[in-house]
Design a protein around this ligand. Sequence first.
Ligand code: GLY
Length: 355
Amino acid sequence: MSSGISRRNFFNKTISLSTGALLLKYMPAFGAQKNGIVPMIITSHSNETGQKAMEAGWEILAKGGTALDAVEKAANIIELDPEDTSVGYGGLPNEDGIVQLDSSIMDGKTYNAGAVACLEDIKHPSSVARVVMERTDHVLMVGKGAKDFALKWGFKEENLLTEKARKIWLRWKENMSKNDDWGPPDHLIDKAKEEAYWEGFPGEEFHYGTTNVLAVDMNGDVSGITTTSGLSFKIPGRVGDSPIIGAGLYVDNEVGAAGATGRGEDVIKSLASHYMILRMKDGRTPQQACEDAIKMIIEKYKAIGSDYIPSEKFVAINKQGETGCATTRIGNNPRMSVMTSKGFNKYEGTIKRKL
Ligand code: GLY
């Protein structure tokens, strides 16, 4: 099967001045590259914050720092963006209006992993996941236990619900059902007035937004993070794929890394990130591995006689500098942000909805 990706699709975006300066400054360090290893950092986010995150992560890699430090630094930047309603601070809350975050981290060099789920009031779940990984013999901590653990390690308790996220949630709550008492009295409902009342606060049904950050460092060590506020308006306590090692994230120091965003329920059932790594081990390119994982999920539903295609986006990298990205979503081709010694790029992947 062809990867469906040509050089045409790998287009350079403008390299910012700061990035250019970084490249000039740290390029010599890359003379030390060995065994065809290509240091890089990617995120499934393709917005401005994603670019900033890549530049910050690259600064670490370019100085010879670890992939682990690079992915944490980059993920922290995305987690702090208050405009991003899918990750960290500013993420959309659960159905009770409480932001519950999920995140995982994996370090290929040490074959170690850490994760947190349903974490409340802490802005950097990926950093808490790193402490779980490095300072405990556990992999996954959830809910109150995860929060208490974070507080013991000095993380600050902060309100994660921004005004924007709160209003989007309230609008969703009012529109949820005609059979409850949220919203104006029936005799006063006026569609035009309602639109004006909620102006600036989108009427979102739900979304599964998440980000993956994956990196290879100069030593050829691989690390990854997946971090999210999860399915918006979820039932309190729901855990998605992001903190499940093998589902929302997997790293193998021999091969590369893979991550998922989208409907977590199907990513958990398919262990899609681990599957992508196995495909790459079998010689598939990252692009082919992403498409294989989507095909696997579509096939499962076909096997039970359903045409259902869940909304997913997968990303993968290998240690030779190849990247992959595929989605089931109709619309524009999926993109991800990539930073290497050649600068910042947006990689365009494929849409796959057929076997
Ligand atoms: N992929 C994020 C979630 O389902 O929670």
